[in-house]
Design a protein around this ligand. Structure first.
Ligand code: NAP
Length: 259
């Protein structure tokens, strides 16, 4: 299928590795020029070099923490007149409800709710002026089915989801389409850390912890950054103009729900 976005330009945040990189790679395959971001410059430049060589698209890089005001200003300046925005950042740490104070919540809200909102606020006016735009926010399955130990994530990402539900309807008439992608377990550094945490908590090996998690997933595997990127590129495509304000779960069927 021709996604119809060859020659468009995208900002993909937190994209040197993992799900963000999967989204960047699928967009590059569709012929989209990219602005990539991550804190660590080395992995960021390595990813940019691979995508330039493999797909022949233009790739700019911004090494910064996208959750800070300075980082946001830097990626917004580099993004310029982008047509596509993919928001992403690392997730908050796990814990217990009784562990978290106001500062922990402010940090989680800044990273996983207010950062995507700030980027949309800065970049959607240009998309509206040009009559075309796509935004995909990487959130989490925890928006639909809470993960008890990830209370900071549950709270911040649900706030973003509520914001998108209304805003997507305000900007769709001007050709800007916002949707959220909700990852379940995907094979990235983050998943490996969660496996290691589970192994430690249960006193078992990391391989056993992973096997237990995989056994609970009807698809019997973790998702891949390629699975995730393909859906992201479709939501950023010309073909997705009638999908507005949706929360699309990519979890191998682990959430047991009819709708
Ligand atoms: P990952 O493998 O840890 O990759 C994170 C990427 O984001 C790296 O390129 C990292 O580079 C960059 N990054 C992290 N924090 C950043 C920041 N503050 N500013 C700029 N770049 C940043 O994570 P992932 O598994 O792809 O997950 C992506 C998001 O999906 C996270 O919010 C995660 O909580 C959520 N999620 C993941 C899963 C899963 O199974 N993988 C499931 C549910 C939800 P640097 O470290 O160099 O900055």
């Amino acid at each position: 299928m021709d996604l119809g976005i060859k020659g468009r330009k995208a900002l993909v945040c937190a994209s040197s590795k993992g799900l963000g990189r999967g989204c960047a790679e699928a967009l590059a395959e569709a012929g989209v020029d990219l602005v990539l971001n991550a804190r660590g410059a080395e992995a960021l430049e390595a990813t940019a070099a691979v995508l330039r060589a493999r797909y022949g698209v233009k790739v700019a890089t911004v090494a910064c923490d996208v959750t800070t005001p300075e980082g946001q200003a830097a990626v917004i300046a580099a993004a310029g007149d982008v047509d596509i925005l993919v928001t992403n950042a690392g997730g908050p740490p796990p814990g217990m409800w009784s562990d978290w104070n106001r500062d922990d919540f402010i940090k989680a809200l800044d990273a996983n709710m207010l950062t995507p909102i700030a980027l949309m606020t800065a970049l959607m006016p240009g998309m509206i002026a040009r009559g075309w735009g796509r935004v995909v926010n990487i959130t989490s399955q925890s928006v639909k089915a809470p993960i008890a130990t990830l209370g900071l994530s549950n709270a911040a990402r649900t706030g973003l989801t509520g914001y998108v539900a209304g805003t997507a309807r305000q900007v769709a008439p001007q050709g800007v389409i916002i949707n959220n992608l909700l990852p379940g377990a995907h094979a990235t550094d983050r998943a490996e850390k969660l496996d290691a945490d589970a192994a430690k908590a249960k006193g078992i090996s990391i391989a056993e912890a992973k096997a237990q998690r995989v056994a609970a997933i009807p698809a019997r595997r973790y998702g891949t950054p390629q699975d995730f990127g393909a859906m992201c590129a479709f939501l950023c495509s010309e073909r997705a103009g009638f999908i507005v304000g949706q929360n699309i779960l990519l979890d191998g069927g682990i959430m047991n729900a009819t709708l």
